[in-house]
Design a protein around this ligand. Structure first.
Ligand code: SP5
Ligand code: ZN
Length: 335
C-alpha cells in the first residue's frame, strides 16, 4: 500500500512536556515515526511516497488564517525576543480575552494546554498535513487505501487552538478535502478523544465523526468526548462518541468498535478516514487500555471490512519499541 512519509517530522523535537506538576521528557518524539518507518521499510509491501506540497487553501478550509500565521512565525518571534528553547504557555486566555501581540501571550491564546512550539514545529506540521492530503488524493484517484505516517499528530488541534501534541489537524484537513468529493466518515481509534476533529465537523452535514476513547470524565482531553455530544445544525446526529473504561481489553474494544462501525454503515459514506492511535496498546505509557498486538490487528480488519476507500492518518501511540509491530499488524488488513 501507499505510505506517505516526510523526514521533516524530525525537525519537530520539543524537549519537555509539563505533566503532573513538573517537566518530563516529551513523549511525542521523533523515534515514534522512525520506528514505524523502519518496520514498514522492511515489510516488502509498503510503497513510500513523498508528500506533494500544497498551498494553504486546504488548511484554510479547516483552520483560521490568524492561527496559521501564529504557528508559522511564533518560534521565530520567541527567539527574536530573547527566548531560548521551546515556546510554551503558562497562562491561558480567558474565553472572552483579546488577541494579544506578544508571542508568549499568543501561545496562551492559540492553545488549550502546555503543548510547546519548537524551532521546526511549523515545518514538520506542514509536511504532515501535506502527507495527509497526498494520501487523500491517492485514495480519491483509486487507491483502495493509503497511510499518512504523520508526525506531529493532529486530532486534538481545533480550528484555532493547538493542544495534545497537535498543531494542524491533518485528518480534518484531508476529510474536508474528501468531503467535497462525497460523504466522509472519520473513525477515531486513538486512545484520546479527538476533540479538535469533533469541533471542526460539529455542524458539518457531510462528515460523520465517530470516536472510541477513554472516558473524558477522568482522561485527557477532559472537557470533550462525552456520549451526549452528538452534533448540531446540519451536523446534528453526526457526532458519535463512545467513552470507554480503563482496562478495557480486546473483546470489549472489538464489541464497541463493531457498534461504532454500524453507525458508519448507516451513514453510507463514500470515503473513510481513520485517525489511528496506538496508545490503546496494553504497554502504552500514557494509556490505560489493555489491547494486545492482536487486538490492534482485529481493529484493522474490522475497519477494512467496511470495504470503503480508506485514508489512514497516524495520531498517537507512545510505546516506541512496539509502534513498528503495531503498524504492521493494523495495516495488514489494508494492504
Ligand atoms: C495525539 C495524542 O495522543 N495526544 C495525547 C496528549 C496527552 N497529553 C497529556 C499527557 C499527560 C501524561 N504525561 C505523561 C508524561 C510521560 N513522560
Ligand atoms: Zn492519543
Amino acid at each position: 500500500m501507499k505510505v506517505v512519509f516526510s523526514a521533516h517530522h524530525r525537525l519537530h523535537a520539543p524537549r519537555f512536556e509539563f505533566s503532573r506538576g513538573g517537566l518530563t521528557p516529551y513523549s511525542e518524539c521523533p523515534a515514534r515515526a522512525e520506528g514505524i518507518r523502519a518496520a514498514l521499510s522492511g515489510s516488502g509491501w509498503a510503497d513510500f511516497v513523498d508528500p506533494r506540497p500544497h498551498d494553504d487553501g486546504a488548511l484554510l478550509a479547516v483552520h483560521d488564517a490568524d492561527y496559521l500565521d501564529f504557528l508559522r512565525q511564533a518560534h521565530r518571534a520567541w527567539t527574536a525576543g530573547g527566548g531560548c528553547g521551546d515556546l510554551a504557555a503558562a497562562t491561558f486566555a480567558a474565553r472572552n480575552g483579546r488577541r494579544p501581540g506578544d508571542c508568549v501571550a499568543q501561545i496562551g491564546y492559540y492553545g488549550f494546554d502546555t503543548t510547546p512550539i519548537a524551532e521546526g514545529t511549523w515545518a514538520a506540521a506542514r509536511a504532515a498535513a501535506d502527507a495527509a492530503l497526498t494520501a487523500a488524493e491517492l485514495v480519491a484517484a483509486g487507491e483502495p487505501a493509503a497511510y499518512a505516517l504523520c508526525r506531529p499528530p493532529g486530532h486534538h488541534a481545533t480550528r484555532n487552538q493547538l493542544g495534545g501534541y497537535c498543531y494542524l489537524n491533518h485528518a480534518a484537513v484531508a476529510a474536508r478535502w474528501l468531503a467535497a468529493r462525497g460523504p466522509t466518515a472519520i473513525v477515531d481509534v486513538d486512545y484520546h478523544h479527538g476533540n479538535g476533529t469533533q469541533e471542526i465537523f460539529y455542524e458539518d452535514g457531510r462528515v460523520l465523526f465517530v470516536s472510541l476513547h477513554a472516558d473524558p470524565a477522568w482522561e485527557y482531553p477532559l472537557y470533550w468526548g462525552y456520549a451526549d455530544e452528538t452534533g448540531r445544525g446540519f451536523g446534528a446526529g453526526l457526532t458519535h462518541n463512545v467513552p470507554l473504561p480503563a482496562g478495557i481489553g480486546d473483546d470489549g474494544y472489538a464489541a464497541a468498535l463493531g457498534g461504532a462501525l454500524d453507525v458508519v454503515r448507516d451513514f453510507g459514506p463514500r470515503w473513510l478516514v481513520v485517525s489511528l492511535g496506538f496508545d490503546t496498546y496494553e504497554r502504552d505509557p500514557l494509556g490505560t487500555f489493555r489491547l494486545s498486538l492482536d487486538g490492534l490487528g482485529r481493529s484493522g480488519r474490522a475497519l477494512a471490512g467496511l470495504g470503503l476507500p480508506t485514508l489512514i492518518v497516524q495520531e498517537g501511540g507512545y510505546c516506541v519499541e512496539a509502534l513498528g509491530d503495531l503498524a504492521l499488524r493494523f495495516l495488514d488488513a489494508f494492504r
